[in-house]
Design a binder for this molecule. Sequence first.
Ligand SMILES: [Zn+2]
Length: 294
Amino acid sequence: MLAAALLPLLAAQSPPVKVLISVDMEGVAGLTHDDQVNPKGPDYAIGRRLMVGEANAAIRGAALGGATEVLVVDAHWSQVNLVPDELLDSVAVPREGKEVSVPVSLFTGRPKPMGMMQGIDASFSAAVFVAYHPRAGTANGVLDHTWSTESIADVVVNGKSFGECGLNAALAGEFGVPVVFLSGDRAACEEARDLLGGIETVAVKEGIGRNAARTMLPGEARRAIEAGVKRGVERRREMRPLKVEGPVRLSVRFRNAGQAFLASQVPGARLTGPEEVSAQAPTFLEAWRFFYAF
Ligand SMILES: [Zn+2]
């Protein structure tokens, strides 16, 4: 009887709003040099401190925008950059006349089969990309690369060049989850809008070449990210997931022929140029597994 009496109450409750925040480092305000983002670099401690500041701003923004639960994914290099006790573990926000606590959890370390998007599934309402960088070969793109500066020159999915924003947005799209926000340098924001349409973006710096930029200072960048993520999460129903239609042809152009030869040994993959390996799969999720194996 009690359970039956509770049913209408439960039905009246708003559904959960889970938000995944994937945090990279090259697109953090103030960072322009490999020494600041390479864990072995002399200025990595600075990069790390600024990264967690932007991650916390995004967490606050997601909670203020309506998230009921936040999952943060450490998405840079070794993927152990965010020091857990420096990350907000919950955010108190006013909601429907009372204060509620929005819990936060963290995916850290690697390898993770879904990489920078580990944990994504159809239960999420929105994905948020913080401190992303432009794809390899972008003019005036601060610290531009796609996955690995040393080994990958380009990734092409069904004829379109995809950087990390595209690959990760397509992974979210496989589960019907839209990307609602991206921050990074100006080139990364342009790349995201070109691919994803009218998502919220915050350009925290503008590159001159690969290793110099005019940049927001951290306080301003964090305020802008918090406000942008809030707007993005609020507007989540307007955003369309990026759906890559199958069959999916994925090609990777490597930096040298030796790397391509090794990748071509993955079953189902073949050399399609001296430095290029391609694979075909029925869905993007399966094509992604080829990429991860490469
Ligand atoms: Zn990175």
